[in-house]
Design a protein around this ligand. Sequence first.
Ligand SMILES: NC(=O)c1ccc[n+]([C@@H]2O[C@H](COP(=O)([O-])OP(=O)(O)OC[C@H]3O[C@@H](n4cnc5c(N)ncnc54)[C@H](O)[C@@H]3O)[C@@H](O)[C@H]2O)c1
Length: 201
Amino acid sequence: MQDDIFEDQNRNSSQEEFELKKSLSSALEKKIELLAKLYTEKKISLEEISLILGLEKSEVNLILSQKGVIKKKRILVGGGAGFIGSNFIYHLLENYPSYEIINYDVLTYAANIENMSIAEKNPNYKFIQGDIADYEKLEEIAKEGIDAIVNFAAETAVGRSVHGKAADFIHSNVVGTHSLLELVKNYKISRFVQISTDEVY
Ligand SMILES: NC(=O)c1ccc[n+]([C@@H]2O[C@H](COP(=O)([O-])OP(=O)(O)OC[C@H]3O[C@@H](n4cnc5c(N)ncnc54)[C@H](O)[C@@H]3O)[C@@H](O)[C@H]2O)c1
């Protein structure tokens, strides 16, 4: 008899706990809906939403992009299989879940595509093998929409420019950069960042 009473009490309190959690999560859902509406109406910023919800900006970004409030941004990264480009891609994938990254790299001797094996598992990552000087190939990607280009693709070993094939440097660093700039101009891509040093300039 005594056992039955305890069992009933336990059942009641876990039921209450369950109901409480349910109403809390529905209250949170309503709060997110309201914040999303205010964001669409440009009455609140991502920073303010992240403060209100106590979440990282990247988490807010993900929630709003899952709700279709923020459109996923497509970023073309040139030379993303190289030293700096590959680290940059991992940084974006970790911190900006609402970005889709296209790693566009021709894979010269300097590339290390094995570095990207973890990124391959991320649905926001895609690899396309291609040359930045190949304007037609770049156009195929641009037709599907690109929001920004960050270019790391270049011939980078200064010694090779003197003792090796200087033509490779002119091809990637001059013709390639020019072809990306043409793409930016013709497809009205709003951001282009050229990562470089003296070998390119
Ligand atoms: N590594 C450094 O310490 C350093 C420092 C300052 C600036 N930079 C500059 O940053 C940029 C990237 O440097 P990195 O060290 O990552 O270079 P990297 O040599 O490691 O990588 C270059 C990448 O570009 C790709 N690539 C070359 N030509 C291409 C082409 N025509 N089309 C498509 N892909 C092509 C290669 O396959 C490679 O994956 C360069 O402009 C370099 O001058 C590098």
